[in-house]
Design a protein around this ligand. Structure first.
Ligand code: 2AM
Ligand code: CA
Ligand code: CA
Ligand code: CA
Length: 264
């Protein structure tokens, strides 16, 4: 595979898709819900996924695609080249705020992340990375992260994971929130991964993310030295929903050991 050529191809697809999304604000957007009343999807999420899939199938027929909206392939193993696509990450932001959403894309070979992209469409910020070649925000390389401490860290966490919930004990999470410098929540896992990669936030965690939420951002974060894992400390499996944490390497294991107590 010529990864440099694939990188240029992927970037141009992403920019073209971004134009479609921006243009959609001049049309009537159809909103429906999926697993629950607050789990939203629009015709634009579906159209953007279909746009990527038709191009990828035409130009790379031997590649496989896992997409959130279900138009891709049924992926049961990580062999070969797989595109993990979230056509709009942060659909609730897309609908309610018309900003703070992203196209998230990761391209893997045999389970190894080669190319990662998170495109913050309204900011026109394209985060990208190629394995071992560094991470970029548009044309500017992101520096390696400096070490930090819990006391100096900004923690990216959704308030629902700090309230009593069925995934983690909330006492240690409350302790973490009290000890750290501050908390933030942006509503797009992919964008939150880029905040960690850019050093604006020191950790992002979620109890339930899918491969397409994190596949692109993990490659970007890894290139600046951030560590991604499940909350058991394992490498994300990329085949099903899992817990997820990405953090500055200097605090990743301390977060798992001292503040995250998984239930059952
Ligand atoms: P989405 O917008 O593509 O659905 C919101 O906190 C973050 O969690 C977003 O990245 C969102 O992705 C993701 N997420 C994953 N599963 C979700 C679900 N069932 N409902 C809402 N958001 C979900
Ligand atoms: Ca969704
Ligand atoms: Ca998502
Ligand atoms: Ca989505």
């Amino acid at each position: 595979m010529n990864w440099g050529a694939l990188d240029r191809y992927a970037k141009s697809l992403i920019k073209e898709a971004g134009h479609h999304i921006k243009h959609s604000f001049f049309t009537e957007i159809e909103i429906s819900s999926k697993s629950s009343a607050n789990d939203l999807v629009t015709n634009i999420d579906q159209e953007i996924e279909q746009f990527f899939i038709s191009r990828i199938r035409r130009d790379f027929p031997d590649h496989r695609i896992m997409g959130e909206e279900g138009f891709g392939d049924d992926i049961q193993s990580l062999e070969g080249i797989i595109w993990f696509l979230d056509p709009i990450d942060g659909t609730m932001n897309f609908i309610h705020q018309k900003r703070n959403f992203a196209i998230s894309l990761g391209i893997y070979i045999d389970g190894i992340g080669m190319l990662g992209y998170v495109y913050d469409v309204m900011a026109d910020d394209l985060y990208s990375a190629m394995k071992d070649e560094g991470a970029y925000l548009n044309d500017i390389q992101l520096p390696k992260l400096k070490s930090t401490t819990i006391e100096e860290a900004i923690i990216g966490v959704n308030a629902s994971w700090v309230a009593p919930n069925r995934y983690v004990d909330n006492e240690p999470m409350i302790d973490l929130v009290n000890r750290c410098r501050g908390t933030r929540s942006y509503g797009s896992a992919a964008i939150e991964l880029t905040h960690v990669a850019a050093g604006r936030v020191d950790v992002y965690m979620s109890m339930r993310l899918s491969p397409w939420d994190v596949a692109g951002g993990m490659i970007i974060a890894s290139e600046v030295g951030a560590v991604s894992s499940t909350m058991k400390g394992e490498r994300p499996g990329l085949l099903e929903q899992e817990t997820f944490i990405v953090a500055n390497a200097s605090i990743h294991s301390q977060l798992l050991d001292d503040f995250i107590a998984l239930k059952k």
